[in-house]
Design a protein around this ligand. Structure first.
Ligand SMILES: [Mn+2]
Length: 356
């Protein structure tokens, strides 16, 4: 599939104000969205290494815990989790002069961190920079670089780092930077196969490998680090997948009880959604997970020109054309009823538009 923006890339001049902001900062806090993933984490680790090399004081403060398969990134860069040490981190944010949000374009994706960032910003000494590749950005930061052509935030950070190298006349891509960006690229392209995996993305990956990223080691750490509990959940979940509308919609509900019984955690549900789309006839896949606090986490996936980000947006969420999500303040039964009915209507109207 060729997108209209295929082959697009930000040049050095496009990054100028972003670089001014980063070089102007002294104490920089990097963050990413709640329930962090390889793209957000890898981008943080890479950008932190670059900024530290340039003499900046940098901390990575994430709203929620790092999934264990990304611990190898945490060990290198040091990632603090707001949920676990809020008081210290509120102080950290209050001391910062720049907060950079990576891989999210909505303020509330920062979870508990956002209210403190907003407060410090209102006091006038903190600037906020956002670098992201999702659809429908909210205009909340001082500078937003939101480019949906990019396969990943990591792709944007790669180009940003190249532009910084040109500005400062120094090589900044160390093996640590390469490793972080390779994780970002690999995870957000589904191991280099999603539609935005352009020849340029492969060239970047090649360059990162040449600079010290080890593809075999990184893949093994990211994808083969499951706990037995995650496989037990997968087993239980696969038998519950439902197909409706002539197998054009697949859906699955994972209850808190299922998580408890298998001893698994919320992030263990991430590996399940791809199976919902593994039947060719499926146009839209829906994964609903009951959370501790009674809310329901909904993930949408789709094939072809079905913009599930619009579905997610309806419930206050967002994402990409073929992958999006939201959180519903509804009990599971009600959430399932509403979401599935909307999904069927949405599929019908999408198919009419696509035929027309
Ligand atoms: Mn991403």
């Amino acid at each position: 599939m060729i997108t209209p923006e295929y082959g697009r890339r930000l040049e050095e001049k496009d990054w100028a104000s972003c670089i001014d902001m980063l070089l102007g900062g002294e104490h920089i806090v990097l963050t990413t969205h709640v329930n962090s993933d390889g793209d957000g984490l890898g981008s943080e680790v890479a950008l932190a290494a670059v900024l530290r090399k340039l003499g900046k004081k940098v901390s990575i403060v994430n709203p929620t815990e790092v999934p264990p398969n990304y611990n190898f990134l945490q060990e290198v860069a040091g990632i603090s989790v707001f949920d676990e040490q809020a008081e210290e981190l509120i102080e950290e944010i209050s001391l910062a002069d720049l907060v950079v949000l990576l891989d999210a374009n909505l303020s509330d994706r920062m979870g508990g961190i956002w209210s403190h960032v907003r407060f410090a910003r209102e006091l006038g000494k903190l600037q906020v920079l956002c670098i992201d590749h999702h659809l429908d950005p909210e205009d909340f930061a001082d500078l937003m670089v939101c480019e949906t052509y990019a396969s990943s935030t990591g792709e944007l950070i790669y180009d940003l780092v190249s532009a910084i190298e040109t500005r400062v006349g120094e090589k900044l891509v160390t093996p640590e930077v390469a490793k972080g960006l390779y994780v970002a690229l690999m995870t957000d392209t589904g191991s280099f196969r999603f539609p935005k995996t352009t020849p340029y993305v492969y060239r970047l990956a090649g360059d990162l490998v040449a600079n010290g990223a080890d593809p075999n080691d990184i893949y093994d750490k990211v994808y083969n680090s499951l706990k037995p509990q995650a496989l037990r959940l997968l087993g239980a979940a696969l038998s519950e997948i439902k197909f409706i509308d002539d197998c054009r919609v697949s859906w699955l509900f994972i209850s808190q009880e299922m998580l408890d019984d298998t001893g698994s955690k919320l992030f263990d549900t991430d590996l399940i959604i791809k199976y919902l789309l593994s039947v060719q006839s499926v146009r839209i896949a829906v994964l609903m997970v009951e959370m501790h606090d009674g809310r329901t986490k909904v993930s949408f996936r789709s094939r072809g020109d079905i913009y599930v980000n619009l579905l997610a947006k309806k419930y206050g969420g967002g994402g990409h054309k073929n992958a999006a999500g939201c959180l519903l303040r509804l009990a599971p039964d009600r959430a399932m009823q509403i979401v599935l009915s909307d999904v069927r209507d949405f599929l019908k109207s999408s198919e009419i538009v696509n035929k027309g």
